[in-house]
Design a binder for this molecule. Structure first.
Ligand SMILES: *Cc1c(COP(=O)(O)O)cnc(C)c1O
Length: 406
């Protein structure tokens, strides 16, 4: 559909050099910053000076040069005016929702979301009198019907965790904007492939912990949105990022900056391999779900929404029906075939495998899990890019036959 190329956009935004002309940017670790003239300090507090107004920094929870660099690259990738980085994906989501909603407000959310987000919306926010109605992300009119006069936010993931259901972002944006509601989209599963902002989202949130960093060695998050919304989050009196304070460490931010140049290459390779493996599994009759397969119920919608050339993502599922079968398959894949690692999380160089119902989605009660299609044997795989692809295909085909899934 679109001509946007997030890889090129991010490349054009890269302009930082190290202090001594280094080809990598320097890490600014200082928590506080000096001013030459004491009159400058009240001007910074009054908002008359800042990083983009005379180059003055103050204190690193507010502005930090390394975090600002990362935020600029991420906002370029997401096609938004501005961004702010946070210490985790959860803090990015929580600060965004708390900025948009106050006590008495209501959220309509996809029911197919990360377990932590499901707990935040379904259990923690109700304690602050912010209620959520959960609906099927593939049924756009269910979002519409659930809206009340108190609804402030529609919340969804692009490719839902763990069942890989696809939300119709342009449709949800229309529904939201007709009623003055904000659309918040978690794009953690699909950086580069999907640009929610260009499809109508108001706020794009990320867990940097996953594909974007890609090294499974840090926790981080980001909020990409309009400049006005990011400044609201950083407001000295009411800003949820400023005052709840989930500040990302500059060293962690630097690590992410160093991995952004190969994010596009990684996403293409995760996607190329996931598609090849899904095709092979589908061909042998295994119960595989992958949004890049034409048999996925929303494959055509996804094809319409993606930026061309980045594939359909690195996530696939195999429904083993029972937890015992799923555990048996994971064990063979890890301990016999050396195909991947039994671990939560995703977006790593090696394949990571977990049984969602009893791990990252265990916050969702079993009866709701069944309703939203998380069977106890749903095995989620984040397909890595190590080893030879043909050998990987042989390994997983052997394992699936060995445990009797086909
Ligand atoms: C992991 C994840 C989160 C939470 O991110 P953290 O960095 O672990 O706080 C949110 N959304 C999705 C889709 C995730 O996979």
């Amino acid at each position: 559909m679109q001509r946007f190329n997030p890889e090129q956009a991010m490349c054009k935004a890269r302009r930082e050099f190290g202090e001594h002309g280094g080809v990598t940017p320097s890490i600014s670790r200082s928590s506080t910053f000096t001013v030459i003239d004491p009159h400058t300090m009240p001007e910074i507090f009054a908002g008359l000076r800042g990083p983009d107004k005379g180059g003055c920094f103050l204190y690193s929870r507010h502005f930090n040069p390394t975090l600002d660099t990362l935020a600029r690259y991420l906002s370029a990738m997401e096609g938004t005016e501005h961004a702010v980085c946070t210490a985790s994906g959860m803090s990015a989501i929580a600060c965004t929702l708390l900025q948009l909603c106050k006590a008495g407000d209501h959220i309509v959310s996809s029911d197919t979301i990360y377990g932590g987000t499901h707990a935040l919306l379904g259990e923690l926010l109700p304690q602050m009198n912010i209620q959520t109605t959960f609906v099927d992300p593939q049924n756009s009119s269910a979002f519409e019907s659930a809206i009340t006069e108190n609804t402030r936010v529609i919340y969804t993931e692009t490719i839902g965790n763990p069942t890989l259901k696809i939300a119709d972002i342009p449709k949800l944006a229309d529904i939201a904007h007709q009623r003055g509601i904000k659309l918040v989209v978690d794009n953690t599963f699909s950086p580069m492939l999907i640009t929610p902002e260009l499809l109508g989202a108001d706020v794009t949130v990320h867990s940097l912990t996953k594909f974007i960093n890609g090294g499974s060695d840090m926790i981080g998050g980001a909020i990409c949105a309009s400049k006005a919304f990011i400044l609201e989050l950083m407001d000295l009196h009411f800003g949820r990022v400023m005052l709840l304070g989930p500040t990302l460490d500059p060293r962690g931010a630097f690590d992410v900056i160093q991995r952004l140049p190969h994010l596009g290459i990684r996403m293409k390779e995760h996607g190329r391999r996931a598609l090849a493996i899904a095709e092979e599994l589908h061909g042998m009759g295994a119960p595989v779900a992958y949004p890049g397969l034409p048999n996925h119920p929303r494959h055509e919608l996804l094809k319409f929404m993606v930026n061309k050339g980045f594939g359909y993502g690195g996530m696939l599922t195999i429904d083993c029906k029972t937890r015992e079968k799923a555990e048996q398959l994971m064990s063979v894949l890890q301990n016999k075939e050396r195909f991947g690692l039994i671990a939560v999380s995703l977006g790593y160089s090696d394949t990571l495998m977990s049984c969602s119902g009893s791990s990252t989605s265990s916050e969702i009660p079993p009866e709701d899990q069944e309703k939203i299609g998380i069977s106890p044997g749903l095995l989620r795989l984040s397909i890595g890019y190590t080893g030879s692809l043909s050998e990987r295909i042989e390994q997983i085909k052997r394992a699936v036959r060995f445990v009797g899934i086909v």
